[in-house]
Design a protein around this ligand. Sequence first.
Ligand code: SF4
Length: 323
Amino acid sequence: MQRLPFFLPMVRCPRRCVYCDQGEITGIGRIPSPEDVARALSSLDGPREVCYFGGSFTCLPPDRRTAYLSAVLNAPKGSTVRFSTHPECITGQVLSELAPYPVSMVELGISSLDDSVLAVCNRGYTGRLVLDTMALVLARKFALCAQMMIGLPGQTEESSREDLRRMAAMKGAAPMTLRIYPCLVLENTPLARSHASGSYSPLSVDEAVLWAGRLLHEARHLGFAVQRIGLQESESLARSVIAGPHHPAFGELAAAEALVWSLLERNPEGPWSVDGTLVSQLTGHGKYGIRRLAERSGLTVRAVEERLVFTSAGGAKGAAALP
Ligand code: SF4
């Protein structure tokens, strides 16, 4: 279903996370009221997934929250609503209040489950609280998405891989979605001051792609669906990033890295049979995937290309050729 996002930047956030400036990420000046939303939805020609992003939706006072949810009922039949929120603002009572509405997804901005990272980022909760909150959301049968970050102050790659393992153990066989965002240094944030003083060094694009690619590969192994890697590009975001792994094709590079992990796992030296729909993951961005496969397998680029066999959707070989 087509999405229709409404941004409520930093609305009712319990505190300011050190890296955050949602106003700049989303490029939104004025926050739409429930009446604005209802008006916009009443003129649509078909159902939409209405999204309230950029703030801590369930931290809103109950009457305001209800007003935004009720506004969704003005959308054409079959429409649903999803929102992002802060783990501290999900309780059994809040979930009961959400139950009558067509909620398609609860997105929890978790950042990390590592208590030392959470403390440095001023998130104000522990990894245990997040895991308990996620378990509660799943127990109430809401679809759940966790927004993770990489490259946060004090965070290591191993710490974020441990986060994945803890979430996998918590969810068991339940479906769960992830978004993975690299930590960027935005103007006028506490993190920008740490960067200026030298106490925080962001990841480079290369480092972040390697980290995100491996995390994506492991997430798939552990049964997570990964919905997005990297922030949505916007002029406002591009303007306000002063350091860090900002790249318009970040998600594609990370997907290529994850594909390389899975090919090498299947066969360290090839030949590799690859679905034809994934050709661009290997050939795009100056053959990034092929070059990584060469680097990691110890083969030449030419030898890697000779060992790649692309198949059509039905599995027939040779249906797609390297450009
Ligand atoms: S990261 Fe999320 S919770 Fe933190 S200040 Fe930004 S919008 Fe609010």
